[in-house]
Ligand binder design. Structure first.
Ligand code: HEM
Length: 125
């Protein structure tokens, strides 16, 4: 697969992942019935697997990797933080306020990841 195609796949998965996470947060905070539907538990996993696979393939193609290139290290750790905050927001948060805070923090971390992706710089300055 060409670099441009891989990058388009990566960006599309990132956009879909964000949209679904944003909506699932709203639905979960409002106890919407849609959250009990089967596809809502499956589709995000498929998209996130494609997002990560395309990330690995892209990094390999441009010859850069986490723990060597700081922007990719930052992206990887921020992704882990996004996953933890996301699971608190959608599943493990005990109160509505905790889930809301975790959801907002996860959205901010997502914004950071996109910024690092574009600037190739882990620092916000
Ligand atoms: C939620 C997670 C992620 C999001 C939202 C995301 C987003 C993006 C975006 C928007 C771009 C295009 C940047 C541009 O305009 O050039 C990009 C490129 C890229 N991403 Fe990700 N990414 C994520 C996770 C990762 C991870 C975990 C890795 C690897 C450890 C990774 C590796 C790359 C690479 C290698 C590129 C290509 C950079 C280039 O064109 O030079 N991404 N990502």
């Amino acid at each position: 697969m060409s670099f441009l195609l891989l990058k388009s796949l990566h960006i599309s998965c990132a956009a879909l992942s964000f949209t679904l996470f944003f909506l699932r947060g709203l639905w979960s905070l409002n106890n919407a019935r849609i959250m009990r539907q089967r596809w809502i538990k499956i589709v995000p996993h498929i998209i996130d697997t494609l997002l990560l696979s395309s990330a690995i393939a892209l990094a390999y193609t441009i010859g850069q990797s986490p723990f060597v290139d700081s922007w990719l290290t930052a992206k990887l750790f921020a992704l882990l933080l996004y996953i933890v905050l996301g699971s608190v927001a959608l599943k493990y948060g005990k109160t509505r306020s905790i889930r809301l805070l975790a959801w907002l923090a996860a959205l901010a971390v997502f914004g950071y990841i996109v910024r690092v992706a574009i600037t190739h710089n882990p620092l916000i300055n």
